[in-house]
Design a protein around this ligand. Structure first.
Ligand SMILES: [Zn+2]
Length: 390
C-alpha cells in the first residue's frame, strides 16, 4: 500500500469494491448496479485531468483477468500489484480480493459479501475506543487492531485474557452455546454470524489447518469451490469442491493433496471471527500455541503471552536455570523486527525471534537486522531442538 500515491489508492479502492459487487449475488441487482456506478465515478476522479479514464464498460470488462497495476492510473509496474488480480477471466474472485477489501479499502464495508464482516469489525473497534467514526480500516495496521483487541481483553483480567486470546486462535469458529459460556469473549463481541462469502446452501466447512470457515465461490456450473482464504493453507491442500447430491445435500471432494475432508456444518448455531481478526489474531497465534504444546510436551515450563503483550512465550527448563523469551514472527518482516528491537533498547538481550520453518531461507537477512542487539533469530524447529537438548 505504501508504494501507491493517493490517486492510485482511491482507484484501487474503487476497483476492489466494484470487483466484489460484480462477483457477488448478495442483495438486489439494482443496489449492486448503483454501487458499481459509484465505484466507476470514484475511479474516473482518481485519474485526474491528465490521463483519460476508461468508460464504465471498459472498466467493468478490465476488472476480469487484469493485473491490479494495469487498472491503476500511472500503471505502477514495479510493485506487488503487478502480480495480483481481483477477478479471474470467469469473474471469480481471487484470493487477494477479500484481503484487499479489508486492508486497502476505505469503502469495503459497503461491498456485498465481505462488507458485513468489515462492518462488524468497525463496530468492535469503535466499542474498544479505537476507530473514530468515518475512519476506514485501511488507515490502521494489523498490529494496532491486535493491540486494541488484546487491551480490551486484558481489562477483564489476566486469566480471562489468556483464555480469550487462546480461544480466538484455537477456535475461530464456535457454537453460540460455547461462546455464551465465555463472558470475556461475549463482552468483547469478536464473534459474529458466518459471512455469506463463506457459506453455501446453509452450510460451512472448517479449514483443516486453521479451523476457520473456508471461502465458498459458486461456479456457473453449480459447483462450489471451497478453500481457505490463506493462500498457504490452500496450496497445502485446504481446497475442495462441493457438489449437490441427488438427495438434496452437499458433499465435499478434495482438490489438493490433503485427503482429510472436513465435516459440513450448518450455519445456524455457529459464530465465527470476522476476516480481519482471523488474519491478525488467529493466523499469527497458530504457531504460538503449537510451540507451547510442543515445548510443554518436552517437559519445559511454558507461559503463553506473559506480562500482557511483552512477548509471546516464556520458556524455562531445569528449574529455571535456562530461560527463553520467545517472540514469534509468522512472516519474514525485517522492518517489523528492527522496529521491535527499537521498542526495547535494553532488555531484549535474551529475546529469541522465532520464524516458521518454511521461512528458514530468510534467516541470514533477519540475523543481519538483529546483529549487535543480543537478540537471536531461529526457526520453530531450531527452538524445539534447543529446548529438548537443554
Ligand atoms: Zn486455513
Amino acid at each position: 500500500m505504501q508504494e501507491l500515491d493517493v490517486e492510485q489508492r482511491a482507484a484501487l479502492d474503487a476497483c476492489v469494491v466494484a470487483a466484489l459487487a460484480l462477483s457477488s449475488s448478495e442483495g438486489d441487482a439494482q443496489g449492486r448496479m448503483r454501487l458499481l456506478m459509484e465505484c466507476h465515478g470514484r475511479y474516473v476522479r482518481s485519474f485526474g485531468v491528465f490521463e483519460q479514464a476508461p468508460s464504465y464498460e471498459v472498466f467493468a470488462r478490465r476488472l476480469r483477468g487484469s493485473r491490479v497495476s494495469n487498472l491503476l492510473p500511472g500503471r505502477p509496474q514495479e510493485s506487488v500489484f503487478g502480480e495480483l488480480w481481483l477477478l479471474d477471466e470467469d469473474g471469480m474472485p481471487s484470493s487477494a480480493l477479500h484481503r484487499l477489501a479489508v486492508e486497502a479499502s476505505e469503502h469495503g464495508h459497503l461491498a456485498p459479501g465481505i462488507g458485513a464482516d468489515i462492518r462488524h469489525l468497525h463496530s468492535l473497534l469503535r466499542a474498544v475506543g479505537m476507530l473514530p467514526v468515518g475512519t476506514g480500516l485501511s488507515r490502521i495496521s494489523g498490529e494496532a487492531v491486535q493491540h486494541a483487541v488484546f487491551r480490551a481483553l486484558r481489562a477483564v483480567g489476566f486469566e480471562a485474557y489468556t483464555l480469550g486470546r487462546e480461544a480466538m486462535v484455537r477456535t475461530p469458529v464456535l457454537t453460540r452455546r460455547v461462546l455464551s459460556r465465555n463472558t470475556a469473549l461475549v463482552e468483547l463481541g469478536a464473534y459474529t454470524g458466518i459471512s455469506p462469502t463463506r457459506q453455501f446452501g446453509g452450510l460451512w466447512a472448517a479449514c483443516p489447518m486453521c479451523g476457520w470457515t473456508m471461502r465458498a465461490t459458486y461456479r456457473p456450473s453449480g459447483v462450489v469451490d471451497v478453500e481457505c482464504e490463506d493462500e498457504r493453507h490452500s496450496l497445502l491442500g485446504a481446497r475442495y469442491r462441493a457438489e449437490a447430491t441427488a438427495i438434496g445435500g452437499w458433499c465435499l471432494a478434495p482438490c489438493g493433496e490433503l485427503r482429510t475432508v472436513p465435516e459440513l456444518l450448518p450455519v445456524e448455531g455457529y459464530v465465527a471471527l470476522p476476516y480481519a481478526l482471523w488474519l491478525w489474531v488467529t493466523l499469527p497465534g497458530l504457531l504460538e500455541v503449537e510451540l507451547r504444546d510442543r515445548l510443554a510436551a518436552l517437559g519445559a515450563d511454558v507461559r503463553l503471552w506473559p506480562f500482557g503483550d511483552a512477548y509471546d512465550l516464556h520458556v524455562t527448563r531445569a528449574g529455571g536455570s535456562r530461560v527463553w523469551r520467545v517472540d514469534v514472527k509468522t512472516w519474514a518482516d525485517p522492518y517489523g523486527l528492527a522496529e521491535r528491537l527499537r521498542e526495547e533498547p535494553d532488555g531484549h538481550g535474551e529475546l529469541c525471534f522465532v520464524v516458521p520453518e518454511h521461512l528458514r531461507g530468510y534467516l541470514p537477512l533477519l540475523r543481519r537486522v538483529v546483529r549487535g542487539s543480543g537478540a537471536r533469530v531461529l526457526t520453530d524447529a531450531d527452538l524445539v531442538a534447543e529446548v529438548a537438548g537443554a
